[in-house]
Write a protein of this length. Structure first.
Length: 265
């Protein structure tokens, strides 16, 4: 099987006037951003400016904090269909399968095998799925995550027997197994060495076209290498969003320019 994807295009993510915070504390101040369908949108900005909070508002992880609040609109747009992420009655677990997330540190289920890690979401979404179909879903996800060849002969081993980079690709496979529309990537290579980082970057690049990705990164070279669009978040607002090459060569906003030139943050 070729290690590439052939699933259909995903919807765009549209964020409009998003404000969010914790208790009396405001973190996002009415930010707007569109992550185009099937593209990689990088979200960059100094530490503490609200990048993770913005990502966590998209799949409604933010609201798990007892003091968290959110206002504004987040939609998945697959014209003419528009799904409001915060619509009353939304099945939040199903939403989080549609909008997968990968974190800075790999988060495999530590007591489970490689197979069971990838199968977890499929079992939840399709209880009673036939064994052969489950095995096929796991294999497909591992192939898409570029991990199949490394683990095919040890699917029953513990996920903890994998290297950090492999664990991160396992987490990506776990997210891909349920065919998400969107992948939220919160500094997915920050804990990895350069070789493992390169594998993940190649993987994300290859997933373009089949999944809409939002990538939070402190690594501007990484944003430049793999994103189509880059948005600069400063103090809870997007100050510039542009095609990546343009943003890094001829930014229009003076604050965005100062940030990408390393003059602050
Ligand atoms: N659970 C929380 N309760 C209160 N404040 C929080 C909580 N989580 C985050 N914050 C604050 O919200 C602000 C934004 O945090 P966030 O993690 O979104 O920023 P970030 O841009 O992703 O930062 P970094 O690049 O350092 O990861 C920070 O000042 C942070 O201290």
């Amino acid at each position: 099987m070729a290690e590439s994807s052939s699933v259909p295009r995903s919807p765009a993510v549209q964020i409009e006037r998003l404000s969010a915070g914790f208790g009396p504390r405001n973190v996002l101040y009415g930010m707007s951003l569109t992550a185009e369908a099937g593209r990689v949108t990088a979200l960059i900005g100094p530490s503490g400016c609200g990048k993770s909070t913005a990502l966590r508002c998209i799949n409604r992880l933010h609201e798990r904090d007892a003091t968290a609040w959110v206002r504004g609109v987040v939609s998945l747009v697959d014209a003419p269909r528009v799904s409001d992420v915060y619509a009353a009655g939304t099945d939040v677990s199903a939403l989080r399968q549609r909008i997968g997330m990968v974190f800075q540190y790999p988060t495999p289920f530590v007591t489970q095998s490689i197979f069971d890690n990838v199968a977890a979401g499929v079992r939840v979404g399709q209880p009673g799925i036939a064994r052969a179909r489950l095995e096929q879903a796991v294999e497909e996800a591992l192939v898409r995550a570029g991990l199949w060849r490394e683990v095919a002969d040890r699917l029953r081993s513990s996920a903890m027997a994998l290297s950090g980079g492999q664990q991160q690709r396992l987490c990506i496979a776990r997210a891909l197994a349920v065919h998400p529309d969107v992948l939220l990537l919160d500094e997915p290579t920050a804990s990895l060495d350069p070789i493992a980082t390169q594998r993940i970057e190649e993987l994300l690049y290859d997933l373009r076209g089949s999944v809409t990705m939002l990538l939070v990164t402190h690594n501007m070279q990484q944003a430049a290498r793999i994103s189509d669009t880059t948005a600069v978040l400063l103090d809870g607002l997007i100050v510039e969003c542009a095609p990546t090459r343009q943003l890094f060569t001829t930014p229009r906003d003076s604050r965005a320019e100062a940030y990408v030139m390393g003059r602050f943050g």
